[in-house]
Write a new protein. Structure first.
Length: 213
């Protein structure tokens, strides 16, 4: 089943179960971002900013060291609390052997704390790198960081999630969900950036792009 179908099912479930006020606030924010005039994310042909981030074991991972080994599929996600992110990451995990067969590798970046990333990796049995971008510095360099508005903060808190505590920061920030395919020269060859977090890059699109590189 395509990721789009799984995401659409999750969206239908959200609409069926979430209180109307919650739905209203979530869809309001998506619409505000879409109509803001802000161009989120770096574009195809841009040079990918280098970074060094820690994985859940405290090991430092440098992007340019990794792209020297082969094409990197770099994906930014909101957190383990987001069911849409989990659908995407599970699908990409299933795709990992095909990515590696084509000389690529997968790196996921999240603003959540390393402890939460570790439990996420174990729960979802993720074998690719999951790196913690504390305070969103790297997400900002890829032009996908945003401040969560007050009305949405209240909605998220009502769901029992305090993002500042979960992400070990004093700011209510999240990344626009995005996936970048970066070649060995550090150039972004494919970019999928969408303020609607219920939509993600299809696995087949990743495979098709890797075959071209």
């Amino acid at each position: 089943m395509a990721v789009k179908e799984l995401l659409d099912q999750a969206k239908e479930g959200f609409i069926a179960k979430a209180p109307e006020e919650v739905q209203s606030q979530v869809f309001r924010h998506i619409k505000e971002q879409q109509e803001s005039g802000i161009v989120f994310g770096l574009k195809e042909g841009d040079k990918a900013p280098n970074f060094t981030l820690a994985n859940p074991l405290g090991e430092q991972v440098n992007l340019y060291d990794e792209i020297a080994k082969g094409t990197v599929v770099l994906t930014f996600y909101r957190g383990s609390w987001c069911p849409f992110c989990n659908i995407q990451l599970r699908a990409y995990q299933q795709l990992l052997p095909d990515i590696e067969k084509l000389g690529g590798q997968l790196i996921a970046v999240t603003l959540q704390s390393p402890d939460n990333s570790l439990s996420h990796k174990e729960k979802e049995e993720l074998t690719f790198q999951v790196l913690s971008d504390l305070n969103g510095r790297i997400a900002e360099s890829y032009r996908i960081l945003y401040e969560v508005p007050d009305y949405l903060q209240d909605t998220i808190i009502n769901f029992g999630l305090d993002l500042t505590e979960f992400n070990k920061t004093d700011r209510w920030i999240l990344p626009v969900t995005a996936t970048f395919i970066i070649d060995k020269e550090g150039i972004i060859r494919r970019a999928h950036v969408n303020p609607d977090f219920m939509k993600r890059m299809e696995p087949q699109e990743i495979i098709d792009q890797l075959k071209k590189l």
